[in-house]
Design a protein around this ligand. Sequence first.
Ligand code: IMP
Length: 426
Amino acid sequence: MSAVVVVGAQWGDEGKGKVVDLYAPYAELVVRYAGGANAGHTLVVNGEKLILHLIPSGILHEQTKCVVGQGTVIDPAVFLEEIEALSARRVATDGRLLVSQRAHVVLPHHKLIDGLREKKSNEAIGTTKRGIGPCYEDKVARRGVRMGDLLDIEVLRGKLDANLESWRPVAEDLGGTLPSAEEVAAQYAALGEALRRYIGDAAAIVRASIRAEEKILLEGAQGTMLDIDNGTYPFVTSSNAVAGGACAGAGIGPTHIRRAVGIAKAYTTRVGGGPFPTELEDETGQLLRDAGAEYGSTTGRPRRCGWLDLVALRHAVTVNGLGELAITKLDVLSAVDAIMLCVAYELDGERLDYPPYERLEAVQPIYETLEGWDEDLSGCRTRADLPAAAQAYLARIEQEVGCPIGVVSVGPDREDTADLQDPFGA
Ligand code: IMP
């Protein structure tokens, strides 16, 4: 059992990038297993910020190989830009980065249709408009274009012809015009050529890594509450963000997974539409947004902010089989006085410990009020260094959700971390 999954335990943006960056030195291989350029993993190294949308956050560690698995959807232009951005920072990618030939390609019309639907709909999901939904639709409808197809322009043109035909009525209905297969084939074959040495048999790398008993880190994107099956449907993304998604998305059996670590902020944020029971649409919400710099790393949208929702977190512990939680941005809570913790919901006079199937927008959070703290936490390196009120807050979370907390992040930089331990350890 050599693999550890890092999964978002809320609505995304939990700080998975930072945790993967911290865990990567313990791993030989990092595999991203779901989502696409809708994700934005922010890394801060020596005060310098780098945002990766597709390439695993492990790439900054020279000894670590990185694979983008078959469960992802790839915008090849974004992938190329990231390779170039890394190269400008003298991070070598040659020979240590591979994207699965089976990963599906996000095409220009996927982005066009995603955007047009958002504009037209009264009940917009608030997607990132990166073409994620339409690309996964093609995958499930078995008419998708895969990364391997970019390497042969004849194959690519044939697949694009059929693919574009199926979207034509949809685009017309939305008032959009699709490009020709010729045009897209020329553009995407050129991208394929530029990426040729990075496209290959990711499954073979994962297989060899398992055989060699290497340590594998499986990097999730988005979060449990945005998962297509376990999240707040239909206000979700189009993939399996949960730990179970790592098996299909990376091509690894569940028996190889040693542990799932759930990443959760010390409060809650959400971008886009959909119910959010603990949302604060007041000054405290704004305080959290300002103190936590809660603006989307992919779209720049202000994130909705609220108190920590232990109902959602309890659900994440269950559906991901979490053995450990990593709590991020605990330092941000120094900005508020008293802290509210949602321990359950009430719906029609009934107490709920887990999210209901529907009507999440109608639940009333049941809160406990905890004492706050105002010390700067950035220098804390163990839990014992934290103010007593912060320690009590973490202990209450553990008690309520039934999962121990390991790493605690107390600032954006790598160094601003308490209780970092080898995730592959006992
Ligand atoms: P899509 O994934 O672009 O289709 O967007 C579907 C929903 O997931 C929207 O509410 C997005 O805001 C949300 N979403 C997608 N990716 C992320 C992410 O990386 N962080 C936070 N929210 C995300």
